[in-house]
Write a protein that binds this ligand. Structure first.
Ligand code: NDP
Length: 294
């Protein structure tokens, strides 16, 4: 039997795509967002999925990819919604319950390092950017989680939050508000994991490293610059020791592992790092000791 047969999942933020072909990229050469990869994987493995984001066209691309994987049309609930709004959160949940009758898995994936409206960078970014960043990466997760808890209690369900290695313990001044939001999300994962396990709900999170998605464009990078960024980073062993850029499916597989009680039932409040070794590197690893000590 398929891994997620009989399960109903909401996966927020499926959309962005970023097409490029690079020798350092392992997959077929075209790369999609983490949410999209997770939605295709969950649906292919038997889940009924709610897919959601703000852009109708890209949402339809995700739906078509799921159908192309052989999934029956009735197993996909496609909802255009802004997850930062009350109405959007309600619509995501209500439509899922109306169409599928229950909720087993919530994947809080939608997120971004929102560019500053005044073009400022790093710790100089305005407070409006702070508000927007926290609103998307943290507040919307709290809101959707609170709304989902009664339904996940009924099914003894699972929550997987998508954080980032930017959350700490190293400094990331270039992404100051984003990393603050993800650090808060990590603590929220731990807090809810303990608070909700007594209701039978497991909460865990994934901290991806660099993954080739639409994340760069969402930050305001032109697509070509984003492509170059990912290709260069993968060649620098002090940035990605694995020597290859992470693909959305690498993260999707980790989400599936944490959302599947058969494989991870005793894992509670864990922050699973999936980063090709990036977060293990310290400044001293970037030095050529043989040359330094000559
Ligand atoms: P993408 O930009 O490809 O996907 C982000 C998704 O979030 C998009 O589908 C976007 O859709 C959706 N989204 C953004 N804002 C909203 C909103 N207000 N309402 C609804 N949906 C929204 O990036 P990734 O796939 O890389 O990002 C997925 C998660 O992974 C994020 O939480 C990100 O922080 C995290 N992450 C990514 C890393 C990477 O290197 N790629 C590294 C570490 C963490 P739309 O704009 O159409 O609404």
């Amino acid at each position: 039997m398929s891994r997620f047969a009989g399960k109903v999942a909401i996966i927020t933020g499926e959309l962005k795509k970023n097409n490029f072909v690079l020798s350092c990229i392992r997959s077929s050469g075209s790369s999609n967002g983490i949410g999209r990869a997770a939605a295709v994987l969950f649906a292919r493995e038997g889940a009924k999925v709610t897919i959601t984001g703000r852009n109708t066209e890209r949402l339809e691309e995700t739906r078509q990819q799921i159908l192309a994987a052989g999934v029956p049309e009735g197993n996909v609930n496609s909802i255009v919604a802004d997850v930062t709004t009350d109405a959007g959160q309600d619509q995501i949940l209500k439509s899922t319950l109306e169409k599928f009758g229950k909720l087993d898995i919530l994947v809080n994936n939608a997120g971004a390092a929102i560019p500053d409206s005044q073009g400022k960078t790093g710790v100089s970014q305005g407070l409006d950017t702070y508000d927007a960043t926290l609103n998307l990466n943290m507040r919307s997760v709290i809101a959707l989680t609170q709304k989902a808890v009664p339904h996940l209690t009924e099914t003894k369900g699972e929550i997987v939050n998508i954080s980032s290695i930017a959350s700490g313990i190293r400094a990331t001044p270039e992404f100051s508000y984003y990393s603050i939001a993800k650090a808060a999300l990590d603590q929220y994962t731990r807090n809810t994991a303990i608070a909700l396990i007594e209701h039978g709900i497991r909460v865990n999170s994934i901290s991806p490293g660099l993954v080739a998605t639409g994340f760069g464009s969402a930050m305001g990078m032109p697509e070509q610059v984003a492509d170059k960024f990912y290709s260069v980073m993968a060649t620098k062993k002090e940035c990605v020791p694995a020597g290859v850029m992470g693909q959305p499916n690498d993260i999707a597989e980790a989400i599936a592992f944490l959302a599947d009680r058969k494989t991870s039932s005793y894992i509670i409040g864990h922050q699973l790092v999936v980063d090709g070794g990036s977060s293990l590197i310290m400044g001293l690893h970037c030095q050529d000791f043989a040359a330094l000590l000559k």
